[in-house]
Design a protein around this ligand. Structure first.
Ligand code: PLZ
Length: 419
């Protein structure tokens, strides 16, 4: 940590002062030989594990063959195979195309470019509590000031924020009513004819693991279709089995025009994608989309292995089993503790929102203290939320029940101790 402090820019923070030596199967081993239980998956990335044998073999083979040629110079099969897999697996059976990039933020930026090229319109709608990345355009799309936006403006124009759906806090349990509120704001303040894209996380991630009220997403998607607005699902955090569906949009049968994926797509290697309707994806002129490393062959090999693992090992079903186990543990804690305002989430994307007893006032200090206590007992947990008062749980889908139960014993004890 001393070397980190003197070598690494101070703006780059770490959750724990622990350096990893090895990781897999829900365990991170640190350089001192301590074993930590991983309920973070590197922020929802290593869903198939952090050293999945299929991924390791595929990457090893590819790295020995060639590391890079640049797909825009001399293409290679892996990129095309990943595009085919994405076109096959993402919601909807219409004709699709995909383009590959490096990070979630880069893919979100490209989804906006594609939507603007297709519609000839400028405006982009995003929601309260949204998180879409840390590049300039995606910072404009991200809601929270600190730590993301503070001192880093000015931000890209033509990004408009409207009310979302947060049943625990806004009390609107009818998703169509919440959608009507957002649509009214859009029509009054922007005008559908000026709107290129509506970009939404089907379950909000960094903003607090917020599931919208049922009906919210379908109503927005229907309005977009009727208005010629490109409906973009940001499934960077929710995608690839994380929520107990391959993609979170599937839960309500929503078929996005464009879907943005990253994180869980490639077993820990940096890869992201935009997949969508063939006609929309073909809007930009040839050469208009790209980047030196986008769809790097090693990352593509990893993605094909990760996708094979998700399908072969039934990880969608496993995410649902994790939900059952973890929700039971969390509601057992909540039954004895009125500081847990809500237990929520889907699959292996679960959270508790912490509040002051007897009300709903956010308690970020409790979230920090419980996380710290868990860390000191060797359990990696993360916090999130606009108010910093949400503890979130994102175990790898390959973790076993025994480790999960060990971890939630620690978390239950932390709630008992911290009063
Ligand atoms: N869209 C929905 O969750 C990344 C960010 C961590 P990148 N979330 C973790 C941090 O503090 O930087 C994310 C996301 C959603 C986009 C992104 C951006 O993905 O790969 O981090 O660029």
């Amino acid at each position: 940590m001393a070397r980190k402090t003197s070598a690494v820019a101070g703006g780059v923070g770490t959750t724990m002062p622990v350096f990893a030596a090895r990781a897999d199967g829900g365990i991170v081993v640190d350089v001192d030989g301590n074993h930590l239980i991983d309920l973070g998956s590197g922020i929802a990335v290593t869903s198939v594990g952090a050293a999945n044998p299929r991924v390791v073999a595929a990457v090893t083979e590819q790295v020995a063959a060639f590391t890079h040629t640049c797909f825009m110079v001399t293409p290679y099969d892996g990129y095309v195979a990943v595009a085919e897999a994405l076109n096959r697996l993402t919601p909807g059976d219409h004709d699709k195309r995909s383009a590959l990039f490096n990070s979630g933020a880069e893919a979100v930026e490209n989804a906006v470019k594609i939507a603007r090229a297709w519609t000839g319109r400028d405006a982009v709608v995003v929601f309260d509590h949204a998180y879409h990345g840390r590049t300039n355009l995606t910072l404009a799309m991200t809601a929270k000031n600190k730590p993301y936006k503070h001192t880093f403006g000015p931000f890209a124009p033509e990004v408009y924020r409207v009310a979302g759906s947060y049943p625990y806090r806004d009390g609107v349990v009818d998703g169509t009513a919440a959608a009507a509120r957002a649509i009214d704001q859009i029509e009054k303040q922007i005008g559908a004819e000026n709107l290129a894209a509506l970009v939404i996380e089907p379950v909000q991630g960094e903003g607090g693991f917020i599931e919208p009220a049922p009906g919210f997403l379908p109503a927005l998607a229907a309005w977009c279709r009727a208005s010629g607005v490109v409906f973009v699902a940001d499934e960077v955090q929710t995608g690839f089995a994380r929520t107990g569906d391959l993609f979170a949009c599937e839960r309500e049968g929503v078929v996005p025009d464009l879907i943005v994926t990253a994180k869980g797509i490639a077993g820990g290697l940096p890869l992201s994608a935009v997949t969508g309707r063939a006609e929309i994806m073909s809007g930009p002129h040839e050469g208009g989309l790209g980047g030196t490393y986008g769809g790097n062959p090693i990352a593509c090999a990893a993605a094909l292995a990760a996708i094979e693992t998700i399908e072969a090992e039934g990880l969608v079903e496993r995410a649902r089993e994790i939900e059952t186990l973890v929700k039971a543990r969390l509601t057992a804690i909540q039954d004895k503790d009125d500081r847990i305002g809500e237990v929520r989430g889907r699959g292996a994307m679960l959270a508790v929102e912490l509040v002051r007893p007897g009300g709903a006032e956010p308690d970020p200090r409790l979230a920090r203290d419980v996380a710290k206590a868990a860390h000191s007992q060797g359990v990696i947990v993360l916090t999130c939320g606009t108010y910093g008062n949400v503890l979130r749980f994102l175990p790898p889908l390959t973790i076993g029940d025994a480790l999960l139960n060990d971890a939630f014993d620690v978390i239950a004890a932390a709630f008992e101790e911290i009063r």
